[in-house]
Design a protein around this ligand. Structure first.
Ligand SMILES: Cc1cc2nc3c(=O)[nH]c(=O)nc-3n(C[C@H](O)[C@H](O)[C@H](O)COP(=O)(O)O)c2cc1C
Length: 412
């Protein structure tokens, strides 16, 4: 028997887990898997919200038929066309030939480009409604919440927002499906890793979508995203996180990332971190950019205000793992961080000079002087590192608001 979970009497979770795929989008490590969430409303008319990756289509369709039994499936609402959610559309229409596909004009353009012409399109625009009987759907266009066709669907009776990838994250649903059934600390890290690496570049469009939902004045009782837990206890909490992340708001802390072959650059990282701790900064993370996948680095940089980058020189440029990190950050256009720079070089340099170029492009506020040690750091280099750490700590402490947890206290 395959697991289906009731969200309300007539709304069911029919998603699947993927623990086989190593890299999501062939890029992002899935150490703890991922879920492809889908939902079914079983009313006078029946509707499914988004499908799953094609490798999981059999289990998915079996789940739906185990609930519907001999009833037809009338509608498939396509909130998002990315193949991990659209990969089973054709199979679902084969199983339920009368199935009407609900999406916006852009949805069907992308659908046909991926899968060729299909039948039974029901095109919706912003604010359109569709009755299923006692349940009524309202469609909200939320373009570029990371793809052009992305939209969200709200169900009036239950107050469920089917939000596609927004508010979702990595991590399979291992038994627990709802926010109150799982360890949220783990999922919040994975939701932030998903947000920062996949959605974060489109923060302005996330803000537009949040404003649209707010102005609609709809009570959102449950958020049902296409990955990760279903938010039935604290939907306001995940909305708050999304609001803050998309405005580049941060928590107090410093992320130090370095690229080092023989440990000289690393020594400077350790010294800076120790000084930050001496000054009272508690959230300090040091990462070797060659060891930790860039998605985790980006996720922490999204979280904390202080960023300190170090690189040895490598063939006249940055150390390759640092180069990959800074080029991603340039592309994501993350704003408003404090930045410290350090590194080493044995002859003409290339590490620190390129970090300085990055600082100019990204326009973060630079903290202290950039420090470049000749081969190995000596006393004057250490002194400059200490001055940088002091300045960073002072800036962060000045912004501290005693007693105020900047992010939703239900989770942290
Ligand atoms: C393959 C390779 C390429 C290097 N390229 C440069 C370079 O272009 N310019 C330079 O000044 N130093 C260069 N270096 C020297 C290192 O940047 C330098 O020794 C540094 O101190 C090493 O720091 P680490 O101990 O943190 O790895 C290179 C070293 C290696 C092994």
């Amino acid at each position: 028997m395959l697991t289906t979970v009731s969200i309300t009497e007539h709304v069911h979770y029919v998603g699947v887990n993927d623990r086989e795929t190593y890299l999501f989008e062939n890029l992002w490590p899935l150490d703890q898997g991922v879920s492809y969430n889908s939902y079914l409303i079983n009313d006078e008319q029946t509707a499914v919200f988004d499908t799953v990756k094609n490798t999981k289509m059999n289990d998915f369709i079996e789940k739906i038929s185990s609930i519907l039994k001999d009833r037809p499936l009338d509608y498939l609402v396509i909130n998002h066309m990315e193949p991990d959610h659209s990969g089973s559309i054709k199979a679902l229409q084969d199983r339920y030939p009368q199935l009407k596909l609900v999406g916006n004009a852009k949805t069907f353009e992308i659908l046909e480009n991926f899968y060729g012409p299909m039948e039974n399109y029901h095109i919706v625009k912003d604010g359109d409604t569709l009755s299923l009987g006692s349940h009524e759907l309202v469609f909200y266009m939320t373009p570029m919440v990371h793809w052009p066709e992305t939209m969200m669907t709200y169900e009036k009776k239950t107050g469920i927002l089917f939000s596609m990838d927004a508010f979702g994250g990595f991590g399979s649903l291992d038994g627990g499906v709802f926010d109150d059934e799982v360890n949220l600390e783990f999922y919040m890290d994975e939701i932030r890793r998903y947000y920062s690496n996949i959605v974060g570049k489109y923060g302005a469009m996330v803000q537009k979508a949040l404003t649209k939902l707010k102005n609609a004045g709809i009570p959102i009782n449950i958020i049902a995203p296409t990955h990760g837990p279903v938010w039935r206890t604290a939907p306001g909490c995940i909305i708050d996180y999304y609001d803050r992340w998309s405005k580049a708001e941060t928590e107090e802390g410093v992320v130090i990332v370095y690229g080092s072959m023989y440990g000289n650059t690393q020594k400077m990282a350790d010294l800076i971190a120790r000084r930050l701790a001496d000054k009272g900064i508690k959230n300090i993370r040091i990462y070797d950019a060659s060891k930790t996948h860039v998605s985790y680095l980006i996720s922490d940089i999204w979280r904390f205000k202080g960023v300190i980058f170090g690189s040895c020189a490598y063939n006249t440029g940055l150390f390759p793992s640092m180069e990959s990190l800074v080029s991603k950050l340039e592309n994501y256009q993350l704003k408003d961080r404090y930045l410290g720079i350090f590194g080493t070089a044995s002859w003409s340099g290339g590490g620190v000079s390129n970090l300085n170029k990055f600082a100019e492009k990204i326009k973060w506020q630079q903290v202290g002087e950039s420090v470049e040690a000749k081969s190995s750091p000596k006393e004057p280099d250490f002194e400059k590192c200490i001055a940088m750490a002091d300045e960073m700590a002072d800036l962060l402490i000045q912004e501290r608001q005693p007693g105020v947890n900047p992010f939703c206290s239900i989770i942290y």
